[in-house]
Write a protein that binds this ligand. Structure first.
Ligand SMILES: Cc1ncc(COP(=O)(O)O)c(C=O)c1O
Length: 463
């Protein structure tokens, strides 16, 4: 099977049966039908694609011609041939309303990674290896979720990239940070905790899970140095804090060295615990990622991580590192097991890491996101100079302050009509703030749509 790349989307060209023209046509048609090649995507020039596949140019022009005739592609003289009328997955599964709503054409949702860059071929290969090699014991049940070797590989990776301090027995595999916090909440409530300090603003996903599990969230402000640790001292009954130290979501700052120290001192003083949500720490563009808080205080910090930003939330794979004394406290409790992922997925990730494919993917994505962020900033400076970009060169989003008199909800309504998906910063605030702002995600924005997205944003802000 060979792989062709169309606008960063990897498509498998199956080996046969059928003529190459037929197979190429079918591959491209399917990619348009399923929405993998969205409306407006330029397909490669026929000469370039033919040379990549190693076939005559005629094969490609025939395939393109057929798809133009069927209405899937549109050829314009003097310009690239483009996808036309891509069908979203929702429309192809007519009648079944569980499919997610189609994403807007210009998708600025924060936190969504570059889905088109998902390393499909590598992952398929790693998964194949996992299926062939997984010991029978692991296929027999879900009690064990990883071989010792897979656990050691993942621990080694986290030591290398996040400077964590752990041994493989402290690592629990999870189906993601949201599931992990649900499980942790049950444990922490059993250990007597009733309230949890959370950053204001922050992603509601994790704090609402904690609230439902019986921990009352206590909002603590965030400034340019991260969590304002001093405010914790006003809440004597709080001994838990949920933080995003590497890259605060959504303010986009890192917890400063002084605040890290203060936070750890606080945890020691109150005999408390810090939950470190390490959600997008792989993506720092101006320097190496700041190391984890867990590495500084392994007896006070629970680290949560997942593949949701690095690969896709659909992986449903994450990890949690717990202090030894918490693991001991667990033993006497009658708790459900941590929500465990499939042993096959864990094994496949371990293959990806061992072969260097996972870190290579992170490196490629880091370069790609960095260039896209710079492109986005240049476009914002040109088309929307009265908005202010804040936050570090990191992650998959940037905070954008709008001109003072702007009514953010009006901007979002106008943007919707322009097929531009925007997110109000208010959505993450627990206590209201008067400053109009957006949280602009660029993870899943196609490079060739950045300028047009920003032009539409400028029209939505200044109609
Ligand atoms: C701030 C933050 N933390 C954590 C997560 C990851 O959650 P999960 O691993 O459950 O997908 C997200 C995902 O959107 C997030 O935005």
């Amino acid at each position: 099977m060979s792989v062709i790349t169309v606008d960063d989307v990897e498509l498998d060209l199956p080996p046969g049966p059928g003529s190459l023209t037929h197979r190429l046509t079918a591959t491209l048609r399917r990619a348009v039908q399923t929405g993998r090649l969205p409306d407006g995507t330029a397909v490669p020039p026929s000469r370039a694609l033919a040379s990549h596949i190693g076939c005559s140019r005629w094969v490609v022009t025939e395939a393109y011609g057929q798809l133009v005739a069927e209405g899937y592609l549109e050829a314009t003289t003097g310009s690239a041939t483009r996808v036309r009328g891509s069908v979203t997955p929702a429309a192809t599964t007519a009648g079944h309303n569980l499919s997610p709503p189609p994403r807007p054409r210009f998708d600025l949702a924060p936190g969504v990674p570059d889905i088109a860059a998902f390393p499909r071929s590598r992952w398929a290969e790693a998964y194949r290896r996992a299926v062939l090699d997984l010991p029978n014991d692991l296929l027999a049940g879900r009690a064990l979720v990883a071989t010792t070797a897979a656990r050691t590989t993942l621990t080694g990776f986290l030591r290398r990239t996040r400077q964590v301090q752990e041994d493989p027995t402290q690592l629990s595999l999870t189906t993601g940070s949201s599931a992990a916090i649900g499980w942790l909440t049950a444990l922490l409530v059993r250990l007597g905790h009733t309230r949890i300090a959370v950053e204001d603003p922050s992603w509601a996903g994790l704090r609402s899970v904690a609230r439902r599990g019986g921990l009352e969230p206590v909002p603590i402000s965030v400034d340019q140095h991260g969590l304002v640790v001093d405010e914790l001292h006003h809440h004597r009954d709080v001994r838990l804090a949920l933080v995003t130290p590497a890259h605060q979501f959504p303010v986009g700052v890192a917890l400063s060295a002084a605040r890290r120290r203060e936070l750890i001192d606080w945890a020691q003083r109150v005999d408390g615990l810090i939950i470190e949500d390490d959600y997008d720490a792989d993506f720092r563009y101006d320097r190496r990622p700041v190391s984890s808080l867990q590495g500084m205080a392994p007896d006070r910090v629970i680290l949560l991580g997942s593949l949701s930003k690095a690969l896709s939330p659909a992986m449903e794979l994450g990890w949690m590192i717990m202090p030894q004394q918490l693991i001991l406290a667990l033993l006497g409790l009658d708790l459900d097991r941590v929500v465990s992922p499939s042993p096959l997925t864990v094994e496949a990730l371990s293959v990806m890491i061992e072969r260097g494919w996972y870190e290579k993917h992170l490196r490629t994505q880091r370069l790609r996101y960095r260039a896209r962020r710079e492109h986005l900033i240049t476009a914002l400076e040109q088309y929307l100079p009265d908005a202010e970009i804040t936050g570090l060169a990191a992650g998959l989003h940037l905070p954008l302050r709008l001109p003072r008199a702007t009514v953010t909800q009006d901007v979002i309504r106008r943007a919707n009509r322009l097929q531009l998906g925007l997110t109000d910063a208010d959505r993450y605030r627990i206590r209201p703030d008067q400053n109009p702002a957006l949280v602009v995600g660029f993870g899943n924005l196609r490079d060739n749509r950045v300028d047009e997205a920003v032009r539409r944003l400028a029209r939505a802000v200044h109609p």
